[in-house]
Design a protein around this ligand. Structure first.
Ligand code: GRF
Length: 206
């Protein structure tokens, strides 16, 4: 399957996918492009280093949100993308993309949804919220993307322990290492093998 990865930042989750592929895994996934709304996203460099097309698509180039998402949809359709992976993409996907790729968009979120998610819960903020609330366990979630923010069917979750001296930065790193970089390649591998799909609003895994 042809896979596009959408990013806004450093791209360590993208790197986890590329590492898995370069190690001989993800045999049914072909990474065809990486799209970023930010020019300086290091993820674009990672794409180039791996011979993958890097597309910079800033929102300011468009008059309104609808036009941006139509352009994004067309870029993905032109490349015959089968699966869209959101790996730290900080633009909420618009209807044109959601409609064209129903059941074929997945996202990684750094908490156990439904905790610490939704509008405004992204990046370090998520870990600040977890520490503030005093939960003892957090984690990461891979889920399908629907019209809402972090509301789509859950595919995989993995718990990560919170330790007494954690700062948001320390916790963010542990959640990435122990959960995100494991769950995302696993989800992409299984989806591209045709083993994950949506049925009656839930993710079915075979
Ligand atoms: C990750 O924490 C991911 O869960 C969230 O955005 C962050 C992206 O980090 N959606 P990176 O760019 O993959 O390093």
């Amino acid at each position: 399957m042809r896979v596009a990865v959408l990013v806004s930042g450093g791209g360590t989750n993208l790197q986890a996918l590329l590492d898995a592929k370069n190690a001989g895994g993800l045999r049914d996934a072909e990474f065809v492009c990486v799209v970023s709304n930010r020019r300086k996203a290091y993820a674009l460099e990672r794409a180039k280093q791996n011979g993958i097309e890097a597309v910079y698509l800033p929102t300011v180039r468009f008059e309104n949100r609808e036009d941006y998402h139509i352009a994004l949809r067309d870029i993905l359709l032109e490349r015959k993308v089968d699966l869209i992976v959101l790996a730290g993409f900080l633009v909420v996907l618009g209807d044109p993309v959601i409609q064209a790729f129903q059941g074929r968009i997945i996202n990684i979120h750094p908490s156990l949804i439904p905790s610490f998610c939704g509008d405004g819960a992204y990046g370090l903020k998520v870990h600040e919220m977890a520490l503030e609330r005093g939960v003892k366990v957090t984690g990461a979630t891979v889920h399908f993307v629907d019209g809402g923010t972090d509301t789509g069917p859950i595919i995989f979750q993995k718990a990560v322990e919170i330790l007494p001296d954690d700062t948001p930065e320390v916790l963010q790193k542990r959640v990435m290492e122990e959960a995100e970089w494991i769950l995302l390649p696993k989800a992409v591998d299984m989806f591209t093998q045709g083993r994950i799909h949506v049925k009656d609003g839930k993710a079915v895994i075979e």
